[in-house]
Design a protein around this ligand. Structure first.
Ligand code: ZN
Length: 156
């Protein structure tokens, strides 16, 4: 079991397939083998960090931007931010939005993650580590699918 680190924050989609006990353990193990401890501050959001990837990023009271700034950084002094995006995300219309093309779906999530990682560094210089994780759901019909995790490089 990893140590609990309140200075690590994580943003994840509310999709129930990512929030089973099994899925949470898998993600935690994935991060721990890469030297990243258990997140102490968590933001659960439909679409995860998708709104931070938009051209016009919402920064109002209930925005994710304010959630990260207020609860994670100002309150918990988060310095490591794990950001996740997953394939077959309902917020984006699922795999159908990519005409069933899993690779296109994955690549779209990588692009979002890179864009958001870059912005987070610009907005919040006190966050020294941004960890972009792509969670791939290969079997979109399974209630508890096996998840594949990929640490996305911030630059290509
Ligand atoms: Zn989702």
């Amino acid at each position: 079991m990893g140590k609990f680190h309140s200075h690590i924050g994580k943003v994840i989609c509310v999709d129930e397939r990512l929030n089973t006990e099994k899925a949470q353990v898998q993600l935690r193990d994935f991060l721990e083998t890469r030297g990243i401890g258990r997140a102490g501050a968590l933001a659960s959001r439909a679409g995860s960090v998708l709104e931070l990837a938009q051209d016009e990023v919402p920064k109002g009271d209930f925005s994710l931007y304010q959630g990260i700034k207020g609860a994670m950084i100002d309150l918990h002094h988060v310095t490591t931010l794990v950001i996740t995006m997953h394939t077959d995300c309902g917020r984006q219309g699922g795999r159908a939005a990519f005409n069933g093309d899993a690779e296109a779906d994955k690549e779209a999530q990588r692009v979002y993650l890179r864009r958001v990682a870059k912005r987070l560094h610009e907005w919040f210089p006190s966050v020294t580590h941004v960890v972009p994780v792509l969670i791939h759901i290969a079997d979109t019909n399974a209630a508890e699918p096996d998840l594949e995790f990929e640490l996305v490089k911030e630059t290509v």
